[in-house]
Design a protein around this ligand. Structure first.
Ligand code: PGA
Length: 256
């Protein structure tokens, strides 16, 4: 895992944007896994303004609320289409996002895995992290080998996203999520975390044990995972100064 610590959210978004653009320059038909949430918004804004062509890029996403179709304003699909995919001119045939409004969630999950395989696998997966350590909607206790599947959300996570809905209602307590095992198969992972409220979980997943209690800790086993943090999210890391030194000096051994 490479840990990159930037002074603030703008710096984090700039670095994340450079990483995505470098992958896109290398492979114009990149298979890109998107994340929702507040954290990647600065990245998406910069990519929208970059002028790069996303015409050949193939897109997937991490998760979706059960029961919400693409046109529902609270759906992740709606979020990604309005904030990113439509503005960058994604080709409709290149976009395969999870649907929460299907009758058979298991069939949707199987079909999604098949679509990822059909695209040749994900080249770059963008990730955020929940304060409970989830990636996608893989809540604490999720199998570290899991595949795309329906998942029950924790009340805390539901409350974070859907303020006005009864957390026990069947419609909103479930989601579809890419599994931890599915995420781990992406060739490169780009995790973003910012703000003091993420400092404790960042310390746990970067420097703590690998455990299903903190699903993001699986990134420690990935061969090409970059974690971009702002100073506030990095505040609890023991080896903070070391990570900064590596980032500033790795060019000495020919690394970008
Ligand atoms: P956030 O969400 O970017 O809004 O903090 C991240 C997550 O819960 O995965």
């Amino acid at each position: 895992m490479e840990i990159v610590i930037r002074p603030d959210y703008d710096g984090l978004s700039d670095t994340a944007c450079s990483i995505v653009r470098a992958e896109l320059a290398r492979k114009p038909d990149l298979v890109l896994g998107l994340a929702t949430g507040r954290t990647p918004l600065g990245l998406y804004e910069r990519l929208r303004k970059s002028g790069d062509s996303f015409a050949k890029v193939r897109f997937f996403d991490l998760d979706e609320f059960y029961g919400l179709g693409p046109s529902h304003p609270d759906s992740f699909q709606h979020f990604l289409r309005t904030r990113f995919l439509d503005p960058v001119g994604a080709a409709p045939g290149n976009v395969r996002l999870l649907r929460g409004d299907v009758a058979d969630l298991e069939a949707e999950a199987r079909d999604y895995e098949e679509a990822i395989r059909g695209a040749g696998g994900i080249d770059l997966q963008i990730l955020g992290i929940g304060r409970n350590g989830h990636i996608g909607f893989n809540e604490p206790g999720s199998s570290l080998g899991s595949r795309t599947r329906p998942k029950t959300l924790t009340p805390e996570v539901l409350a974070h996203y859907v303020r006005d809905i009864d957390p026990l209602s069947r419609m909103t307590s479930f989601a579809l999520t890419m599994g931890v095992g599915t995420i781990m198969e992406a060739r490169k992972l780009l995790m973003l975390a910012c703000g003091p409220e993420k400092a404790d979980i960042v310390r746990q997943f970067v420097e703590g044990p690998i455990t299903a209690e903190v699903p993001a800790s699986m990134l420690q086993l990935h061969r090409s995972a970059v974690v971009v943090l702002d100073e506030a999210a990095a505040a609890g890391l023991k080896r903070r100064d070391y990570y900064k030194w590596v980032f500033e000096n790795k060019w000495r051994v020919g690394q970008k």
